[in-house]
Write a protein that binds this ligand. Structure first.
Ligand code: GAP
Length: 543
């Protein structure tokens, strides 16, 4: 699938717009248009329904070690700054970046890639930061320009080795600190890149009118911490018993150094996170359950092909507190063949989070986690001091629950569902001639409109019947009414936004009170009685 075609469809049909576009746009921020907002809401509602409100508290689902409860939460975006100190985000949530003294641009260290080459008796390491598909072309063009060569002189460039990240570049001791043989991604001269430096990804803001550093706060970089700090509130107010999960959907903010790949890496995005609290002895089984359950959620909604995979992290990839993490990944079309991008992480987090908020920021010491101490011997970041242990009244045991965290991105899921749904096939036009058809094969639960209603012509009472059907369906489904242009064109307009069913009022309706139902994917048509349209549509889209 050609990503450019999807991006252009998203803009043309109102799924996604660049934020602040009339002012030249703002990098890393995206607006969802009238169709995009419906699609993303349907994804979030499917998640909320399937994970929270639709969950059966009374029976253990297949694969689950026990019965469990699920509840929801909506915590604030700005929270007490100490939360981020104890969670580790304040000290550790950073990327390494390099600056270019010449172009004044800043790059993520692991995203600057380059290759050695020699020409005219000189050896340099030429860099690029463009997307993978354009990397080779950009490297060649930059090398030719640097050596003042033309396209026909390309044979004079002697490339050495593979393209590697700047982080993997082996330097001579004399180069240390200067990158003297490196041509930065936007530089004309060598040696303009700085050494990598840490850059915290949290957006800072000021709370209140004083505007001092003491009033500094952060926009949350994940929704998860809002759940951990409310653990006790939920236990005390909601009659939940461990094991249980708290789900939350909401905005998160990360000041990504190089936002890219459409909405994949944005600076403002939405997460759908569950923190599942369980007894430590059962946590490996619960981890397995959630890993499989969450993968199935995507396949059930249409990401059923080879482009979706579940990848267990190697031991050396695990966070210092985690004893198991798996990523649900999708082979987005903007990635090089064979590469996958993360849709969701399912992590076993042990008791790291609740302990951090109780005792203070933790660090690993050998096999155990201990409260990190400052030079004065006191906790580097002090916890709340509140008791976050859980008391099981039946077993009379007090313990600190372990946490399994399935953490998904609503924007990445939206993008993956769009990529997977995008198809071009052949379908007959009004004259019966085969034409290329663009169709979004979205799962009916996710499709922005469940049906479109058309009168074949704007006369003979057809619009009146079509409008009656439209209004009747509207009470239960999101439906669209269209009476403009040839009916074939109207079908195409619905196909390319993923509407599963089109309903047409035609000449026969006036004779036998039936309408034509047409299926988006099979193009099959069948007749349905006017007063059975609602039930028939329900069968099609709520199956
Ligand atoms: N609480 C754990 C956590 O936040 P994460 O892997 O950093 O884990 C979880 O984020 C999910 O949030 C990712 O799998 C991804 O879907 C989404 N996400 C993270 N950063 C994102 C970004 N810059 N743009 C869009 N989605 C992002």
């Amino acid at each position: 699938m050609d990503m450019d075609k999807l991006v252009s469809l998203c803009k043309r049909r109102g799924f996604l717009f660049q934020s602040s576009e009339i002012y030249g746009g703002l990098n890393g921020f995206w607006d969802y248009g009238p169709l995009g907002v419906e699609l993303k809401r349907n994804i979030k509602e499917a998640w909320w329904r399937d994970m929270i409100t639709g969950h059966d508290d009374l029976a253990a689902p297949a694969g689950a070690p026990d019965v469990f409860q699920m509840v929801g939460l909506d915590s604030t975006i700005i929270m007490h700054p100490q939360i981020w100190k104890c969670s580790g985000h304040y000290d550790l949530f950073h990327d390494f970046m390099v600056d270019c003294r010449e172009s004044k641009k800043r790059y993520r260290y692991d995203q600057v890639r380059g290759r050695w080459l020699s020409a005219k008796g000189k050896e340099i390491f030429v860099c690029t930061s463009v997307e993978a598909s354009q990397e080779d072309a950009d490297l060649q063009q930059r090398a030719l320009k640097f050596f003042n060569l033309r396209g026909k002189d390309v044979d004079q460039l002697a490339w050495k080795g593979e393209t590697i990240t700047l982080a993997k570049l082996e330097r001579q001791p004399s180069d240390e600190g200067s990158y003297s043989a490196v041509l930065g991604p936007d530089a004309k001269e060598l040696g303009t890149l700085t050494e990598p430096r840490e850059f915290n990804l949290m957006f800072k803001t000021i709370v209140g009118a004083m505007g001092t550093e003491e009033d500094a706060a952060f926009l949350r970089p994940e929704t998860a911490q809002g759940i951990f700090v409310n653990f006790k509130n939920v236990v005390d107010s909601s009659r939940v018993n461990v094991p249980f999960g708290i789900g939350q959907i909401g905005k998160s903010f990360r000041n990504e150094i190089t936002p890219r790949n459409f909405t994949f890496r944005s600076r403002e995005f939405e997460q759908m996170e569950i923190e599942f609290f369980c007894h430590p002895s059962q946590s490996p089984q619960w981890y397995q359950y959630w890993r499989d359950r969450r993968f199935r959620w995507y396949t059930d909604l249409g990401l059923a092909g080879e482009r979706l995979r579940l990848r267990d992290h190697d031991q050396d990839e695990l966070s210092h507190y985690s004893c198991g993490t798996a990523d649900i990944e999708y082979a987005f079309p903007f990635l090089p063949p064979g590469e996958f991008g993360e849709l969701e992480g399912v992590a076993h987090r042990g008791d790291f989070d609740l302990r951090s908020h109780m005792e203070g920021k933790l660090v690993r010491q050998g096999e155990t986690l201990v409260v990190e101490q400052g030079a004065d011997g006191k906790p580097r970041h002090r916890g709340s001091g509140k008791d976050l242990t859980y008391y099981n009244e039946i077993t009379r045991e007090r313990f600190l629950p372990h946490v399994i965290e399935p953490s998904a991105g609503a924007d990445r899921a939206t993008l993956a569902f769009l990529c997977e749904a995008y198809h071009e096939d052949q379908a007959p036009d009004e004259k019966g001639e085969m034409q290329t058809r663009l169709v979004l094969r979205l799962h009916p639960r996710l499709a922005p409109y469940k049906a479109a209603v058309f009168p074949l012509v704007k006369k003979d009472g057809m619009p009146e019947v079509a409008q009656r059907i439209y209004r009747d369906l509207k009470s239960q489904f999101t439906v669209y009414y269209d009476d403009k242009g040839a009916v074939g064109r109207r079908y195409r307009r619905q196909d390319e936004i993923g509407t599963p069913v089109c309903i047409t009022v035609d000449g026969q309706t006036l004779i036998d009170n039936t309408v034509t139902f047409r299926d988006r994917d099979s193009l099959k048509q069948w007749r349905v009685k006017v007063d059975e349209c609602r039930a028939e549509l329900g069968k099609k889209v709520m199956a």
